[in-house]
Every structure is written in structure tokens, then in C-alpha cells.
Design a protein around this ligand. Structure first.
Ligand SMILES: [Fe+2]
Ligand SMILES: [Fe+2]
Length: 161
């Protein structure tokens, strides 16, 4: 699709995120399997949130009357590949946990940047209902990131002890 207008870019980025969220949904169980305790629960909870986020995106596509498919998010593909490599290589528990948290935060930060842009564009394009749904997704990503920052602090403190 040629990107001629902000409307076109908006749809392109929405499709990019729809694909990214599906990749994240598929990747989270393996990340959770290699985690324990609170980190595992955080990843499992975020899997449920990811399903809601996909549903929110699909509501936005319905509102716009466009299909959700057609864009492959190569950025999240790379971030997830890096995460898999960390899990595969980290042998010791604390190192694996720190690596998993870092990988998960890279995912959250990517999602935050894209939802931040999509929210701003929805507002700019005069689509308040879409903006509200995108804002809800953005808030969940921020909350997940804060939770991971908190867990990272505790993991590092435990390692230092
Ligand atoms: Fe997400
Ligand atoms: Fe997320």
C-alpha cells in the first residue's frame, strides 16, 4: 500500500501493531516457561492483556472498515529473536531472569513507542473512539514496563546480596 497520507500511515502502523501483538502472543508462553515466581506470573498476565489488546485493535479496524492483515512487523521479529537467544544462552537462574526481563522490556518499549504514535495520530485524525482504545493498550504497556522495572531492581538486588 502506498503511504500517501496520515490516514494511510495510521492504517499501516495499526497493521504493524496487530502483527506485532500476534507475534508477542505466540512468544510469551516460552518466555513464561523459562521464568519462575513473580516474573512468570507477570508474563502470564501480560499474555492475557495481549489478547485484550488484539481485540481492541480489531475494534479499531472494524471502526475504520479496513482489514487488519497485510503488514509483517520486522522490528518485533528481531526483538523476539534476540529474546530467544538470551533464554537459550543464559544458564544460571539469576542471569536468565535478568536477561528475560531485559528482553521483555525491549518488547514493551517498542509497543509503547508505537501505541504512543498511534494514539497521537488517532487524536489528530479526529477519531476519539479509536484513540481511547489505543490509549488503553498504551497504558497496559506502560504498566507492564513498570512492573518489569520493579522486578529487575529486585533481581539485581538479590544478585548483589
Ligand atoms: Fe502489547
Ligand atoms: Fe506489551
Amino acid at each position: 500500500m502506498a503511504l500517501k497520507s496520515l490516514d494511510d500511515l495510521f492504517v499501516h502502523f495499526l497493521r504493524d501493531m496487530h502483527n506485532a501483538e500476534q507475534q508477542v502472543l505466540a512468544a510469551l508462553p516460552a518466555m513464561s516457561d523459562s521464568a519462575a515466581g513473580e516474573l512468570r506470573k507477570t508474563l502470564d498476565d501480560h499474555r492475557d492483556e495481549t489478547e485484550q489488546q488484539i481485540a481492541n485493535l480489531e475494534r479499531v479496524f472494524e471502526m475504520l472498515g479496513v482489514e487488519p492483515d497485510g503488514v509483517n512487523c520486522t522490528a518485533i521479529d528481531g526483538i523476539l529473536a534476540e529474546g530467544r537467544a538470551i533464554i537459550a544462552e543464559a544458564e544460571q537462574r539469576d542471569a536468565r531472569e535478568a536477561g528475560l526481563i531485559a528482553a521483555a522490556q525491549a518488547i514493551e518499549h517498542y509497543e509503547i513507542t508505537r501505541y504512543g504514535t498511534l494514539f497521537a495520530w488517532a487524536t489528530e485524525l479526529g477519531k476519539p473512539e479509536a484513540a481511547k482504545l489505543l490509549r488503553a493498550n498504551l497504558e497496559q504497556e506502560y504498566a507492564a514496563d513498570r512492573k518489569l522495572t520493579d522486578l529487575a531492581g529486585r533481581t539485581l538486588n538479590r544478585e548483589a546480596a
